[in-house]
Write a protein that binds this ligand. Structure first.
Ligand code: UTP
Length: 416
């Protein structure tokens, strides 16, 4: 043990992180053991580079941004039925599985518990998880199949998520038969000096590594292997916080199959040119998403000959991938983006610090950064009122909140 501690101390010295063992002698044996394990799992080179990246301008402004083509689901004419029949056949053959990303912290909503357990205030008091489960079961029935459901949790919310599903008998799904849970990766948070933080519990302060961690997590956890064993070829990946998410869409699948693309995404047209959403584009000739902070006013307002916004297709986290594409994406790390957040921590004297303004960096990969690894993908514009009712903020924000989502849900499902 002592030699192990000495070894770890040397590593910490090399990376200027010796403070991590400041309280070590005061800890009990179990705590000591786990802390050492956590330290051994840290990729210090990565953390050093991530810290350096916080000092740099993140975006490469030399990128060439151009519009990307899309199809409008309601302007497909005869092709609608054609794509739909291709997709229906594949779904009936069991080629589709669904993944829900539920690893986020949901800080804006401020709910105490995993976001999926949130009750948006319908008379049924169903949680987001249950609303998604209902729809998935119902849509599967149309094609005489049970669509296997994979839920991505974080280390932080995994136990609470599984306990919730257990309590609700997995909403009719069968654990490890047609519902599976896997956990996403985490990275340490660091302060403005690049020092890794110790959290309130006396362990390394870790935070989920963003929804872009999904590809690697699906592969590492053995989920893509499982999907293939089940005969699945396509994976719909959506967020937990869109209570109108349509995970089973034969038209989207038919398009992907017919056009021989490995990624097919849904979009909704921007509410107005300056809506704060990321939109699909081509970046240096490859599919990508450009964030509202990156887009110029001129680009945001530019229209084509039909008066449609050139950069108007919002990315709504409703994306279909081939299992093979996920495996390829999971093999190559995505870049991390930095977020400056408030994080409680234990200082070098062993005191808890509760900041009232941001004090720490968190690193996240974005799912759409992997789009650039494919040459072509399909984008299908769908109707916002049919497929997009996000629950991001508390009601006080007035937008993308439980109240707006509830209204959209009721309208779509014709509930009074
Ligand atoms: P958001 O980017 O809206 O983040 O996630 P969030 O964590 O839910 O909320 P805030 O930003 O803290 O308020 C969009 C979707 O991606 C999932 C979320 O659970 C949600 O379904 N997500 C996000 C993950 O699964 N893991 C992450 O690390 C981040």
């Amino acid at each position: 043990m002592d030699s192990k501690v000495e070894e770890i101390k040397a590593i910490l010295k090399k990376y200027d992180q010796e403070h991590l063992l400041n309280q070590y002698e005061k800890l009990d044996e179990n705590h000591k053991k786990r802390l050492l394990e956590e330290i051994q799992n840290i990729d210090f080179e990565l953390i050093t580079n991530l810290y350096k990246s916080t000092k740099k301008e993140e975006k490469n402004n030399k990128d060439e941004i151009t519009p990307i083509e899309y199809l409008d689901k309601y302007k497909l004419n005869d092709k609608y039925k054609y794509y739909e029949s291709i997709g229906k056949k594949a779904i009936k053959e069991g080629k589709l599985v669904a993944v829900t990303m539920a690893g986020g912290q949901g800080t804006r909503l401020g709910h105490n518990g995993p976001k999926g357990t949130y009750d948006i205030g319908l008379d049924s008091h169903k949680s987001l998880f249950e609303l998604l489960a209902d729809r998935l079961k119902e849509d599967g029935k149309k094609y005489d199949v049970t669509i296997p459901w994979f839920i991505m949790t974080s280390k932080e919310n995994n136990n609470a998520t599984i306990a919730f599903f257990e309590k609700h008998k997995y909403f009719g799904f069968q654990k490890d038969k047609n519902i599976f849970f896997f956990t996403q990766g985490e990275l340490p948070m660091i302060d403005t000096e690049g020092k890794i933080l110790i959290g309130e519990d006396g362990f390394i302060k870790l935070a989920a590594d963003g929804h872009g961690g999904i590809y690697e997590s699906l592969v590492k956890s053995g989920m893509t292997k499982k999907m293939k064993e089940m005969g699945a070829e396509w994976v719909f990946i959506g967020g937990v916080d869109n209570c109108l998410v349509k995970m089973v869409d034969p038209v989207l699948m038919g398009i992907a199959i017919d056009k021989k693309v490995t990624v097919a995404c849904k979009s909704v047209v921007k509410d107005n040119p300056h809506e704060k959403v990321g939109v699909f584009c081509k970046r240096n000739g490859k599919p990508n998403v450009i964030e509202y902070t990156e887009i110029t006013e001129e680009m945001a307002e530019a229209t084509d000959k039909d008066g449609e916004l050139l950069y108007g297709e919002s990315h709504i986290l409703c994306n279909l991938f081939s299992v093979d594409a996920i495996e390829r994406m999971g093999a190559n790390p995505l870049p991390y983006h930095v977020a400056y957040k408030k994080a409680k921590y234990i200082d070098k004297n062993g005191n808890l610090v509760v900041p009232d303004s941001p004090n720490a960096y968190k690193f996240e990969a974005f799912l759409f950064d992997a789009f650039g690894t494919v040459d072509e993908m399909a984008i299908l514009r769908v109707k916002r009122e049919e497929e997009f009712a996000p629950v991001k903020n508390a009601d006080s924000a007035g937008v993308d909140c439980p109240k707006t989502a509830r209204e959209l849900y009721k309208k779509f499902h014709k509930i009074d």
